[in-house]
Write a protein that binds this ligand. Structure first.
Ligand SMILES: [Ca+2]
Ligand SMILES: [Ca+2]
Length: 384
């Protein structure tokens, strides 16, 4: 029952086989119970055999949004990212050592293993290893928590998503990345309640705008960072969901990443833009922790608002949101809240100590010292 309409969608997509020109599929009542891989993403544009990836190549999006500059600050060490998708190729060498937990919420006989390719592609955009071959993720030192919520045909249920979000909360992840879409009217209250539980715990929740030209749930929920897709000329992808909910855009056309069965592939969709932003969120989280501050969804959204590169119509607009994500700008030391406490020693009251303080608290211009008089029973009265 659950998969009937999806199966027809899968077949229609395979027959159409035009990944770059995606037409909207009518949204049926049955869809309200379903979450899918966004339209048009089931067929990879290109699949690479292992022999074709001997040299490591970052996707085009890295240079366009400025990932190399962000890596001067952090590569995502310590950040925990949950990926809710079709599972993962758990033995793919690009993920070696960084998959921390995996759980299957679907009825797939393959368990958490990715028989589809979509989930492995998304996870690689976030955190494919920097290991000299294939591709590399936006946050190659981030840790992955894999929740399989879409079956091997790319279809899942709202209940599976909600369960996976609660599992991710239990795992104490920092970021939840959801490259899935359930249509523009599929506002499931239980799924939203789970998302709210996550954001209330300080988890950044990111989802795709959808590939049907209009924004879709769960990306439409106000608690979610809704992500649209641009191409390598920074133009909005024709398929990218538009609407006031779009917060930001990221590379999502001809994106090269990891794929099932140890391979690599090129795919297009807001599904690819979403993990780009999740990778940037991992960099943000890692940077906050290194500086002794606490990351928060509200602050991350504020950084998107103030540090993205405006595109399209001036200011925030329904196509590009606040604009293209720029991770290096989001990591600027001047934007970091200062550490809560710095302990000074007598050696800090020197020019070298002053330099050390300025490095620890960028932007520091002056310092005011307050001394408290301490009375001690053993203190002798000052001689008169
Ligand atoms: Ca690699
Ligand atoms: Ca704009």
């Amino acid at each position: 029952m659950r998969f009937t309409s999806c199966l027809s969608l899968v077949l229609a997509t395979l027959l159409a086989c035009v990944p770059t020109a995606i037409t909207a599929v009518p949204h049926t009542p049955e869809e309200k119970k379903q979450v899918l891989i966004p339209e048009g993403e089931l067929v990879p544009l290109q699949v690479f055999a292992p022999s074709a990836v001997a040299t490591e190549t970052a996707d085009w999006g890295h240079s366009v949004i400025g990932v190399p500059e962000a890596w001067k600050v952090t590569k995502g060490k310590g950040a925990k990212v949950a990926v809710l998708d079709t599972g993962i190729d758990s033995t793919h060498p690009e993920f070696a050592g960084r998959i921390k937990e995996m759980k299957n919420f679907t009825t797939s006989r393959a368990g958490v293993e990715d028989m589809n390719g979509h989930g492995s592609h998304v996870a690689g955009i976030i955190s494919a290893g920097e290991n000299g071959f294939g591709v590399v993720g936006v946050a190659p030192e981030a840790e992955l928590y894999i929740a399989k919520v879409l079956g091997d045909n790319g279809s899942g249920s709202f209940a599976w998503i909600a369960q996976a979000i609660d599992w991710a909360i239990e795992q104490k992840v920092d970021v939840i990345s959801m490259s899935l879409a359930a249509g523009p009217r599929a506002s499931d209250p239980n799924m939203r309640a789970a998302i709210k539980r996550a954001t209330d715990k300080g988890i950044i929740v990111i989802s795709a705008a959808g590939n049907g030209g209009v924004t879709e749930y769960p990306g439409k929920f106000p608690e979610v960072i809704c992500v649209g897709a641009i191409d390598d000329t920074k133009q909005l992808a024709s398929f990218s969901g538009r609407g006031p909910e779009v917060a930001v855009v990221a590379p999502g056309v001809n994106v090269r990443s990891t794929y099932s069965a140890g391979r690599h592939a090129t795919l297009s969709g807001t599904s690819m833009a979403t993990p780009y932003v999740a990778g940037c969120a991992a960099l943000y989280v890692s940077n906050c922790r290194a500086n002794g501050s606490t990351p928060s969804p509200a602050e991350f959204r504020k950084l998107i608002e103030t540090q993205s590169a405006d595109l399209g119509a001036k200011g925030k607009d329904n196509s590009y949101g606040w604009g293209m994500i720029q991770p290096a700008k989001m990591l600027s030391p001047l934007l970091m809240p200062p550490p809560r406490k710095i302990t000074l020693s007598k050696d800090d009251f020197t020019p070298a100590g002053w330099q050390k303080l300025q490095q620890a608290m960028p932007g520091l211009k002056t310092i005011t010292l307050e001394f408290e008089a301490i009375s001690s029973p053993s203190a002798k009265p000052m001689p008169k």
